[in-house]
Design a protein around this ligand. Structure first.
Ligand code: 26Q
Length: 822
């Protein structure tokens, strides 16, 4: 009573309200009559940021004082999604703020919509990094995320005449209230030039890198709050700037424009995220990005170490570095260079520290996606690192020779340098040799790595291989995105499941309770209605919330087989056209996802989806039974609307191709049933939910290999399956393209003559399985039972479980409790 809480830290509704209005006035310079929704968003964001800062500063102070062992998660991508809502959840003030905002006549949901999401990633790998930061903070593990502050994140996708069009993502346009620049911790990064080998004043042999370019890395820090803890860790992203002095000569010699040009070139390094999620085009700028953020980060870690008065010999004791795929694998050579050239350590000591520091996560089974750089390009940017890699290779191949004498083909297979044609540096080999642990991201993926992609390395270092099945954060993908379901669950089992997802299992007791079933269904229905409203607003299509919401949302890739889903749609359409009275469970097919701008086939599949949608949605014969919707610009924000509204989750990649998948987990957590192949984490999801609660179809990975080996002929399937033939012929005939028979020819031909991903081989199995889905949906009690069990059995797929496994089995780090005293 009468006591005034601190306006920047107080959590009571009245204090929050006061802080919000203060910010509107003093930060945005507005009063209510002139304020835009964005002004309101900013005013609230700054009020919440103030409340984070106290935790953030305390966390940093305690870590510094204790010299805590720290995880450094190195990733070229962090697909964070909007911060405000997540911070409200993790601070546990969402409801209070929603109420306070409403009392001022505003709507929190509308303010949250204002935030431009930081889309600094392509898809699964970048989102995984973001989920892991959330879990690390929630589990109170000292950790830093290190990456690149791209000025332009993943492009915004527009659809014009059915085609994908890319628009630059100007996410920083209205400022970013969640970051703080730390120019005082800027570091210098060298590029290009050559090396000098010389003898120093004390007669010691030394190597000096004489670069022809230098850039400055400026760190920008974003707090990462744990859920219901005081821990606030840091995401540190680097921006490239031209150094103040490097071009002094150019200025002195009067080449002003040349000097400014150099500045522009430097700043290009952190300009844009590469929008392809494979390593197909080996562009020098991409390698520069990778080296830039890795060098900045390692130098930053050395600064922290030295600041805590620890010797460099303790680098691996202070830090555990996780390499998120090979994108940061140059860190192996860079740490060697820093320790040897800059800090004069011996090769053997440096190598021992390096190997004990790094661990490597692989995210792909596609051999063509393994990163490699032409030796010439590599040497022109990183001459010293190429020397180090050659030296490492000599020593490594000696080891291989000792373990496997007289085996030259093994030596050339394992070499860090691919010498089969044009010479390449193999980044996965560098990562394997330089790390003490190597992991896959799902059980099947890890097994296939050991048997196939990294077979030689498994034989060489069996003890390095581990599995760490991916996970997702239930905070963003349930508590924030599905508040109604969260409330229902909490009303039955309490709220501790939010930090201990295994407790969802207690819901099994309610799976057949009629009242609970009805509530469960009502929530799904309401979520579907919300998505239906979104679809009507953005696509102008009216969809029926009583139909099955059958959803495929992920990046476009041939191996993910969006096209197989289309063949099912066209098959149903053909059945209705041939037999107008046929009974079909009504379905709404919803697609979302971006294609890499240079991926012709993926873009053509998007065009085909939109073309099929145009025909089907207009055809009175199928009215009330089939609708097809392509939701443009699938991103974290949209994903949060999609998962809660899904009945059926499409996880239909060719077995043996999807490393894990994480969307599969987010759908099931929100009560969707899965139709899927035995691929990636689908295998483990099915194990957890039970075979009877999972719609399985298709060849196994083993069967796919066998079929490929014995000569797969897709044409046989076409010739012997009338419905399949009709579906493909319908596409080829121009029926969906105003009579144009050329437009989709590349898609039809690729199936008939190559079918690299076995769509035709899996077609009938998929169609039959979808028939079962339709039947199951007609029995709503049975469907709801299965839906509840799917959610109840997702405990394993919390990123908290994944991170606990990484902590115990790879990083050997312990939690540090943060108190808010002082
Ligand atoms: C590499 C070099 C040059 C340009 C781009 C790239 C690049 C960028 C992004 C290569 C790959 C990616 C992204 C890969 C990715 O998202 N992989 C997915 O990772 C998920 C998390 O482990 C898995 O669940 C998915 O199965 C896997 O496809």
């Amino acid at each position: 009573e009468g006591y005034l809480e601190d306006g920047r830290t107080g959590m009571s509704p009245s204090t929050l309200k006061r802080a919000f209005l203060n910010n509107l006035f003093y930060v945005q310079g507005k009063f209510k009559a002139l304020a835009t929704p964005n002004d309101y968003y900013m005013a609230l964001a700054y009020a919440i940021r103030d409340r984070l800062l106290q935790r953030w500063i305390n966390t940093a102070a305690i870590y510094t004082a204790q010299g805590s062992r720290t995880v450094a998660y190195f990733s070229a991508e962090f697909l964070m999604g909007p911060h405000l809502g997540n911070n409200l959840i993790n601070l546990d003030i969402y409801k209070d703020v929603e109420k306070g905002i409403a009392e001022m006549g505003l709507n929190l949901g509308e303010l949250l919509e204002q935030e431009e999401e930081p889309g600094l990633g392509n898809g699964g790998l970048g989102r995984l990094a973001a989920c892991y930061l959330d879990s690390l903070a929630t589990l109170e593990i000292p950790s830093l995320g290190y990456g690149i502050r791209y000025e332009f994140g993943i492009f915004d996708q527009e659809i014009e005449d059915g085609w994908q069009v890319e628009i630059t993502d100007k996410w920083l346009r209205f400022g970013n209230p969640w970051e703080i620049a730390r120019p005082e911790w800027a570091v210098e990064v060298k590029l290009g030039g050559h090396t000098d080998h010389y003898v120093d004043d004390h007669g010691r042999y030394r190597i000096r890198w004489v670069p022809d370019q230098q850039v400055t890395g400026i760190p920008y820090d974003t707090p990462i709050l744990g859920c219901q803890t005081n821990t606030a860790n840091t995401l540190r992203l680097w921006t490239a700037e031209a150094p103040e002095s490097f071009n002094f000569n150019a200025f002195n010699s009067g080449d002003y424009l040349g000097a400014v040009y150099e500045k522009v070139v430097s700043e290009n390094i952190s300009k844009v995220l590469y929008p392809n999620d494979d390593s197909s085009q080996g562009k020098k700028l991409r390698l520069t990005q990778q080296y830039f953020f890795v060098s900045c980060s390692l130098q930053d870690m050395i600064r922290i170490l030295v600041g805590q008065e620890l010797p460099l010999e303790k680098f691996h004791e202070k830090f555990a570095v996780q390499l998120n795929d090979t994108h940061p694998a140059i860190a192996v050579a860079e740490l060697m260079r820093l320790l040897i050239d800059m800090h004069h350590m011996s090769w053997d000591s440096a190598w021992s520290i390096t190997q004990r520091t790094f661990a490597y996560t692989n995210h792909t089974l596609l051999p063509e996606a393994l990163e490699r750089w032409p030796v010439e390009l590599f040497g022109s940017l990183l001459p010293r690192h190429l020397e180090i890699i050659y030296e490492l290779n000599d020593r490594f191949l000696d080891e291989v020779r000792i373990k496997f004498p007289e085996d030259d083909s093994r030596l050339s297979r394992m070499s860090l340098i691919d010498e089969s044609g044009e010479r390449y540096v193999r980044m996965a080999h560098l990562a394997c040799v330089g790390s003490h642990a190597i992991n896959g991201v799902a059980a099947l993926h890890t097994e296939l790595l050991k048997q196939d992609v990294l077979y030689d390395f498994y034989q060489m270092y069996p003890g390095k291989f581990q599995n760490k099945t991916n996970g997702v954060t239930p905070r963003r993908f349930m508590v924030l995105s599905n508040p109604a379901l969260t409330e229902l669950v909490t009303s039955k089992i309490g709220d501790t499941w939010i930090k201990n997802l295994g407790e969802l299992q207690k819901l099994e007791a309610w799976a057949d309770n009629p009242e609970f079933q009805q509530q469960w269904r009502q929530i799904k229905q309401a979520n579907k209605q919300e998505l239906a409203a979104y679809i009507q607003k953005h696509n102008g299509i009216i969809v029926d919330p009583n139909s099955i919401f059958d959803i495929l949302a992920k990046r476009f890739h041939e191996y993910k087989r969006q096209y197989l889903d289309l063949l099912h749609i066209v098959t149903l359409y053909n059945r209705i056209k041939a037999n107008p009275d046929i009974e079909i469970t009504p379905r709404t097919f919803i697609f979302g996802g971006k294609a890499a701008p240079g991926y012709f086939m993926a873009k053509l599949i998007i065009k085909l989806i939109n073309s099929v949608a145009d025909v089907i949605n207009r055809d009175p014969d199928v009215r009330g039974r089939l609708k097809v919707v392509f939701l443009k610009n699938y991103n974290v924000k949209l994903a949060q609307r999609i998962y809660p509204a899904a009945d059926l989750s499409e996880q239909i990649s060719t077995a043996g191709k999807e490393a894990s998948g994480t969307g599969n987990m987010k759908f099931a957590l929100n009560g969707a049933l899965t139709i899927g192949t035995l691929d990636g984490a689908n295998v483990e999801i099915r194990e957890e939910v039970g075979a009877e609660n999972f719609f399985l179809f298709g060849l196994t990975a083993e069967q796919v290999y066998a079929k490929r080996a014995s000569g797969y002929n897709p044409m046989e399937y076409y010739n012997s399956n009338a419905e399949l033939r009709l579906a493909l012929d319908r596409i080829a005939s121009g029926f969906f393209s105003h009579g144009d028979t050329e437009l989709f020819k590349p898609l039809v031909d690729s199936l008939l003559h190559h079918d690299q991903y076995f769509l035709l081989a899996d077609y009938q199995s998929y169609i039959d399985c979808q028939e079962q889905v339709g039947l199951a949906y007609r029995d709503q009690d049975r469907w709801t039972h299965m839906s509840i069990l799917n959610a109840a059995r997702m405990g394993k797929f919390s990123s908290d479980r994944s991170i606990q496994d990484y902590c115990r089995e790879i990083w050997k780090v312990e939690p540090v409790t943060i108190t808010l005293e002082n």
